[in-house]
Design a protein around this ligand. Structure first.
Ligand code: CLF
Ligand code: SF4
Length: 524
């Protein structure tokens, strides 16, 4: 779901200088009808950077600054969604697009719908304000391919106004086989398909109906058509070299065990990444699952399933289940800064050189972070211990421990072992600090959310929450403020192992933790 960095859009870019106003481009596009359906010289990789790990360079170029396709990139790069696709061609029992709450982060939720022209203007406005925004996704609020004209018009406009932004698409897959050629022609090089089952009997419990070929289908018949079309679309995309991610919603008692089979099916068809997400289900959302009391998984249930699939293929664990109009780093949402009213008042111009210069600085920071991690990891060499534990981290991004405990809206969770520090997820929480004082109810939810962690790393923390966390068996750690997360976590873990070895500390397993449903995402 993106166009490779720095490549042109589907038609020859009208840009002659890096700075160009969106109105000028709109005018050119309007005068040059059909340009989005021609050209498209294939997916050239920009071919500038070296590969990473065992990833081929061409793939690395596609993922290295995509915050969803690279866990490491999500600390540094942002994405935005434009809500240009209101209609949907299926019904999922976990979805209700009528629900709209500005404080809710959930797919399908949006505050306003945009025309392709408004969307293109918004992208330029955001790109000028957030130079590390590298990916534009269309993910709803309905299904982008149930609204193909609006979706592809938006991609066309953006590929011409903002040629360095990767284009990304998220779909339920029903209409996918009909649009694969168009997707390839528009250089949309990252596509996510939500696949919750490959068994129609299970599918019938998730999807009450689909609308396909001018007809409504229900039950097992509907689910059979859906799974066939999803898998066919996946095969067609991967055959064209388009990077595919599969999202699956984990619904305990419905498809949780079955997702291992889904994992195998999508891997064998060339999916690059599998993202198993927890069901978000609360009665107030008005969804079928919410109203019937279907529960979501606990944190440990989710992790166990992700772990069991990991041997098969790359697993995504940093998904934030974004709104269809989300803007910013994953885990933050700045969409309120870019309402249509506000962007119409903004002077927007696309400063390509400025964006490249900023991103070069981000890359330097990223390289320093990785070097620091490796240096610290070397100090663990030769240590042997079976101990594996989780720690939570308060961060505002850039891979740093740079958030106060009381201001954290989420904690990132790392698994520590003698192999190093591995990101395994995040936990949304209620803000503890409510305008200068601590909220005791909020602290309880934080403790519930990170109850499976042995320590929490913060930039700063007050005396009261420190005591309560300690009583709950979670060590508050503020000695690594503003340092790199992984380097610090490894250093702390080394000390932990030493204390256990000397008998100063007894290592005890922790319990399970709760996944917060529908967390607040607005700034404090
Ligand atoms: Fe958006 Fe999706 Fe593209 Fe990312 S989101 S269309 S791949 S740019 Fe990312 Fe958000 Fe999870 Fe989606 S965190 S919900 S996986
Ligand atoms: Fe909602 Fe997406 Fe399912 Fe359509 S495909 S019903 S928009 S979750």
């Amino acid at each position: 779901m993106h166009a490779s960095t720095q490549q042109d859009g589907p038609a020859a870019s009208p840009l002659t200088t890096p700075l160009v106003t969106i109105d000028a481009v709109m005018q050119q596009v309007a005068e040059h009808k059909g340009c989005g359906t021609q050209g498209g010289s294939g997916k050239a990789s920009c071919g500038s950077a070296a590969g990473q790990g065992d990833l081929p360079t061409e793939i690395w170029e596609k993922v290295k600054n995509h915050p969803c396709y690279s866990e490491e990139a999500h600390h540094h790069y942002a994405r935005m969604h434009v809500a240009v696709a209101p209609a949907c061609n299926i019904q999922c029992n976990y979805c209700n697009r009528k629900y709209d709450c500005a404080n809710e982060s959930r797919p399908g939720v949006v505050s306003e719908r945009l025309t392709p022209e408004q969307a293109a203007r918004k992208v330029v406005a955001v790109a000028s304000t957030i130079p590390q925004m590298t990916v534009l996704g269309i993910a709803g609020p309905g299904d982008p391919l149930a609204n193909p004209a609006k979706t592809f018009k938006t991609f066309e406009l953006i590929s011409q106004t903002a040629p360095d932004i990767k284009l990304c698409l998220s779909t339920n897959g029903l209409a996918l086989p009909d649009h694969v050629d168009t997707i390839a022609r528009y250089n949309v090089d990252h596509v996510t398909i939500t696949i919750n089952m490959v068994d129609p009997e299970i599918g019938a419990k998730i999807y009450p109906w689909i609308f396909w070929n001018h007809k409504r289908y229900t039950g097992v018949e509907a689910a059979k058509i859906l799974t066939d079309r999803q898998l066919q679309g996946l095969e067609m995309l991967t055959a064209r070299g388009i990077l595919c991610k599969v999202n699956s919603v984990m619904i305990p008692g419905v498809n949780d065990r079955h997702l291992v089979e889904v994992n195998r099916a999508v891997k064998s068809r060339g999916a690059f990444l599998h993202n198993i997400m927890p069901l978000i289900s609360a009665p107030e959302h008005g969804t079928v699952f919410g109203l019937t009391g279907q529960r979501g998984p606990t944190a440990q249930e989710l992790k166990a399933l992700q772990d069991s699939c990991e041997g098969e293929m790359n697993m995504m664990r940093h998904c934030r289940q974004c709104r269809a109009d989300a803007v910013g780093l994953l885990g933050e949402d700045r969409s309120a800064e870019f309402t249509t009213e506000k962007i119409m008042e903004m002077e927007v111009a696309y400063d390509l050189d400025g964006r490249r210069a900023y991103q070069a600085k981000v890359e330097a920071e990223r390289v320093a972070k990785v070097a620091a991690k490796h240096e610290e990891l070397a100090t663990l060499a030769g240590e042997s211990s079976d101990i594996t534990l989780l720690v939570a981290v308060a961060t505002k991004g850039s891979g740093l421990i740079n958030e106060h405990f009381g201001h954290a809206k989420e904690f990132q969770v790392y698994e520590l072992s003698t192999a190093g520090a591995k990101f395994v997820g995040h936990r949304r929480v209620d803000l503890y600090c409510q305008g200068g004082y601590g909220d005791e109810g909020g602290l309880e939810t934080v403790i519930r959310a990170i109850n499976d962690c042995h320590a929490v790393f913060v930039a700063k923390i007050g005396g009261c929450p420190k005591d309560d966390l300690t009583k709950a068996g979670i060590e508050p750690v503020d000695g690594y403020a503003h340092e790199f997360i992984e380097k610090s976590a490894i250093a702390w873990f080394k000390g932990y192992l030493e204390k256990v070895a000397s008998g100063a500390l007894e290592h005890r397993p922790r319990g399970d933790a709760a996944i917060r449903q529908g967390a607040l995402i607005v700034a404090a």
